[in-house]
Design a protein around this ligand. Structure first.
Ligand code: PAN
Ligand code: ZN
Length: 188
């Protein structure tokens, strides 16, 4: 008998912390791209600038800037430190300040830092299964505080956009650092 309505395989799936499927956009950041975000200038100078820090896979089914669409991403942050500061994402505000985002932990251990326009910071523990709602107007950055890769999913509106400049010029007022083998939030 003909099956008029066959069950199709999904267009995308997660496999081994990667996103697999057509039109997945890959990007990566090395220490070289992130030198300005780490506080210990001496330590960054002695690191290999080619050291990989994190990778992102993203499925972006509509053009960037279009309203009403959603993007799905997975970010993998390698374990590592610059001096005592753990590897982390660059961090950003969304260009459209009303646009929120969901993050969820998939593997490893870390901290999600958010910061509002009054520089008020909140730190949430991230682990496999953790769910994080990032309200519009909050800057967000993820820090890998573990000894293994940290991976997390993200879902954000297609018209959110990314504003990295403000984080580069007036970054987060805290840094997550190793103190005797434990992550600690250090005020800058
Ligand atoms: C995420 C981030 C991703 C990489 O998909 O873009 O984790 O972090 P940076 O963009 O700060 O380098 C997201 O927040 N999208 O909006
Ligand atoms: Zn974002």
């Amino acid at each position: 008998m003909d099956n008029k309505f066959p069950i199709e395989p999904p267009v995308h799936r997660f496999s081994d912390q990667m996103m697999v499927g057509c039109e997945v956009v890959h990007s990566s950041r090395k220490l070289n791209d992130l030198a300005d975000i780490f506080v210990d200038r001496e330590a960054i100078g002695s690191c290999d600038p080619d050291t990989p820090v994190y990778e992102v896979d993203a499925y972006m089914p509509v053009a960037e800037g279009v309203s009403g669409g959603l993007y799905l991403g997975v970010t993998r942050i390698l374990p590592g430190k610059v001096g005592r500061e753990y590897f982390m994402t660059k961090g950003h505000f969304h260009r459209l300040e009303t646009r929120p985002e969901f993050y969820w932990g998939m593997q490893g251990e870390g901290v999600l830092l958010t910061m509002d326009r009054n520089c008020r910071v909140r730190a949430e523990a991230m682990f496999a299964g953790s769910i994080h709602y990032i309200a519009g107007g909050l800057a967000h950055r993820v820090v890998n505080t573990g000894n293994a890769q940290l991976s997390f999913g993200a879902c954000w509106p297609s018209d959110a956009g990314h504003n990295y400049e403000e984080i580069l010029h007036a970054g987060f007022p805290v840094s997550v650092q190793d103190r005797d083998g434990e992550p600690a939030l250090i005020e800058l």
